[in-house]
Design a protein around this ligand. Structure first.
Ligand code: SAH
Ligand code: SF4
Length: 424
């Protein structure tokens, strides 16, 4: 058993490192990706623009950057022609590096991405008839070690920056060809005075819209990296930015209670809670964070979550583990708890996705059906989530990078070689 007494108090500080908001580049230019407008303005002023110019240019660049997805300053047509190379000499608009892109037979797409300092992380796009959901990561790895989750077995953990988080959404829009199209004819080359750009937005239309929803259900615990997640989602929700409604964003947490209230107050996105068990013994075992933040306390925090109403119910995720948490009694207890706390709830039953070395099996389909029926008959919706993208390892809890798998294989080989050498 690991000695956890030295771990920082969860929720009160980030347990893992976060790089600075701007990663230094070899060419000396500054990557604007993930920065909010006031920070861009500050950088423009520091680079020599006067206050008025910095204000105007930061507004324009912000629009091109987050609303239109443009990465090339020379394509920012409302910015004075002489100003564009000036910007390009000093700044860049980056994207996460793609290591690998995979396409499942069911339409699911997965991207393996890499940070500038060489860490791999993943995002998944899941198209459905009526929506397209992008599942994004908030950390490389995860410190929480839920026993059924592959991500939790990664040794290395680092928080993703706001740029790396919002960058996933931007990259998906690039890949899906979903940026608002059309020319900004009304803008012209203003030479620096006019700030009335916003009313020109009717000149182009946002078409397509395959990507309609975002879920923070990839790698990592988003409430252990809340500040960066909040900053990234603020750009996503800004009507002058990516302009996606908070109602279409869902943050999934394993139950970091001290951060839940801030999440509701500061970004107000939909909440999903990884419940997975209805008594202390089982939840302590499979979601070890439960030892710190118990079940009843967690359900109370859900009841207090700002914005939780019948129209915006909290999703309770429940992974179906054979003979562990899947009995009829468990289902009845789940209903009792949700009713006791008067929660506007829906339950998402997730068939366990096995991975090599996992100590669990997925519940039988009949068992899952029986569990679902009990919850459903109590008036709470309890759909069974269909695993998607299994052929490309894109399903829930499978996000553990190829590089990590490789390094483990490498380690295994080294261990075998060492054992063989010792035998000689
Ligand atoms: N850390 C956050 C969000 C990422 S995990 C959280 O735990 O909520 C997204 C969901 O996938 C969680 O409900 C998680 O418990 C579930 N999950 C993890 N591993 C899984 C597996 N092997 N099979 C099925 N679901 C899994
Ligand atoms: Fe982390 Fe969520 Fe996996 Fe638990 S289920 S280890 S909190 S990513």
């Amino acid at each position: 058993m690991a000695n956890t007494t030295l771990m920082p108090i969860a929720g009160h500080s980030d347990p893992v490192t976060t790089p600075r908001d701007i990663t230094p580049r070899e060419d000396g230019r500054v990557d604007l990706m993930g920065l909010p407008r006031p920070r861009i303005r500050e950088l423009f002023e520091a680079a020599g623009l006067d206050t008025r110019q910095a204000k105007l240019r930061s507004k324009q660049v912000y629009h091109w950057l987050y609303h239109r997805g443009v990465t090339d300053f020379s394509a920012m047509t409302d910015i004075a022609k002489t100003m564009r190379p000036w910007l390009a000499e000093r700044f860049v608009v980056g994207r996460p590096k793609i290591v690998e892109a995979q396409h499942s037979t069911d339409g699911t797409r997965k991207w393996l991405l890499q940070t500038d300092d060489g860490h791999d992380y993943e995002m998944v796009f899941i198209p459905d008839a009526d929506r397209g959901t992008l599942c994004i990561s908030s950390q490389v790895g995860c410190t929480l070690n839920c026993t059924f989750c592959h991500t939790g077995t990664m040794r290395l953990v680092r928080n993703l920056t706001p740029g790396e988080i919002v960058g996933q959404v931007m990259l998906a829009r690039d890949a899906l060809g979903e940026w608002p199209k059309g020319r900004m004819d009304g803008f012209g080359d203003d030479g620096g005075g006019d700030e009335s750009g916003d009313d020109q937005e009717g000149h182009y239309t946002a078409d397509g819209r395959l990507l309609t929803n975002i879920v923070l259900m990839g790698m990592g615990e988003p409430l252990y990296n809340f500040d960066n997640v909040r900053d990234a989602m603020t750009l996503v929700m800004d009507s002058a930015g990516l302009a996606l409604s908070k109602r279409r964003i869902t943050l999934s947490t394993s139950g970091v209670i001290p951060m839940m209230e801030r999440c509701g107050a500061e970004i107000g996105v939909n909440l999903a809670v990884s419940l997975h068990a209805v008594n202390k013994g089982v939840r302590d075992e499979i979601v070890p964070l439960n030892k710190k933040y118990g079940l009843e306390e967690l359900l109370q925090a859900c009841a207090d979550y700002p914005g939780a109403t019948n129209a915006r119910r909290i999703t309770f995720e429940y992974v179906m583990l054979k003979d562990k948490n899947d009995s009829d009694e468990d289902a009845h207890e789940l209903v009792r708890l949700l009713k006791k706390f008067n929660l506007p709830a829906k339950v998402n039953l997730i068939p366990f996705n096995p991975w090599p070395g996992a100590n669990y099996e997925c519940s039988d389909p009949d068992r899952i059906r029986s569990f679902s029926n009990i919850v459903f008959e109590a008036g709470i919706s309890a759909p069974v989530r269909t695993p998607r993208g299994r052929d490309i390892d894109a399903a829930c809890g499978q996000l553990k990078t190829a590089a990590e798998k490789k390094s483990r294989a490498q380690r295994d080989r080294e261990a075998a070689e060492a054992a063989a050498a010792a035998d000689e």
